[in-house]
Design a protein around this ligand. Structure first.
Ligand code: NAP
Length: 254
């Protein structure tokens, strides 16, 4: 699984094919979509038209509004059809609602059948994450939760490290909230490293072992967000950013 991917939340279906094509052309190989984004079909189309071998692209999608075992199996087939693919690299439960034990059991079945390469969860904070592990066979490969410089999820990440789940950040740029791009601490570190605030925010998460999936509809930003592997933040810079934690969700979701 690539450690940097491309997000497509709130990307209207009408521009998704263009955006994903551009993302693939500049080097992204992980594309993050979801049933509720309404753009799986366009993601599938862009991947197919890119001419890049299917096994070089990592597609993540997420189940929405499933209630139990049977409708989940049906829903997985729906995503496969929209993505126009024989398999999904990573399927996540989008949020802990419905009968998650049964939903996850259906995902385990689909994985055994080869329709899914890996399965995991999203928005499962510590309690729900541990509870699911106690009621299922396969450890979630990934838990995708709100994680950025203002909400760093230290406790959850420590649990995941012990259990063996990869932390993945949604809204790694805080979706522009909290004036992130004008934050003085980030701006100073950006200046010192000859990088942008966005690159500092993403690099911080990568150095903590967190997979990032920034979203942009602007090809220059797409390129900028990928160019974060050629420098390293010092321990002092990491500590300064750790102190930006606000201890709550910026979105009031999970
Ligand atoms: N599982 C979940 O519940 C969940 C929830 C939210 C998001 N996600 C996933 O996480 C992905 C990323 O999160 P997100 O879309 O909420 O927000 P994000 O990636 O944190 O931020 C996107 C915003 O930052 C701007 N931006 C991106 N790169 C920039 C740069 N280099 N310089 C300046 N501005 C920049 C974008 O504008 P421009 O387009 O102008 O660049 C856009 O307004 C989503 O697309 C989705 O795939 C999952």
């Amino acid at each position: 699984m690539p450690v940097i991917g491309y997000g497509t939340y709130q990307t209207p279906a009408s521009i998704t094919e263009r955006c994903v094509s551009e993302a693939l052309s500049v080097g992204y190989r992980l594309i993050d979509t979801a049933q509720c984004y309404g753009n799986e079909r366009e993601v599938g189309l862009a991947c197919r038209k890119s001419g890049i071998a299917r096994d070089e692209i990592f597609i993540t999608t997420k189940l929405w509004a499933c209630r139990g075992y049977r409708d989940t199996l049906h829903s997985i087939d729906g995503s496969l059809k929209k993505l126009d693919s024989d398999y999904i690299d990573l399927l996540l439960i989008h949020e802990p609602t419905g009968d998650v034990y049964e939903i996850y059991r259906a995902m385990e079945t689909a994985k055994r059948e080869g329709k899914l390469r890996a399965i995991g969860v999203s928005n499962f904070l510590s309690e729900r994450y541990l509870d699911l592990i106690n009621h299922s066979r396969i450890i979630p490969a990934v838990n995708q939760v709100e994680t950025h410089v203002f909400r760093q999820q230290r406790k959850l990440r420590e649990l995941e490290r012990q259990i063996g789940t990869v932390p993945e950040s949604w809204s790694p740029l805080a979706c522009g909230q909290n004036n992130i791009f004008r934050n003085p601490v980030l701006m100073e570190i950006a200046r010192a490293n000859g990088k942008s605030v966005s690159q500092i925010a993403l690099r911080f998460l990568l150095q903590l072992g967190i997979v990032v999936i920034p979203k942009s509809t602007n090809i220059d930003h797409m390129k900028e967000n990928l160019a974060v592997l050629d420098f390293e933040l010092s321990p002092e810079e990491m500590t300064a950013i750790e102190n930006l934690e606000v201890g709550r969700s910026l979105f009031g979701w999970w």
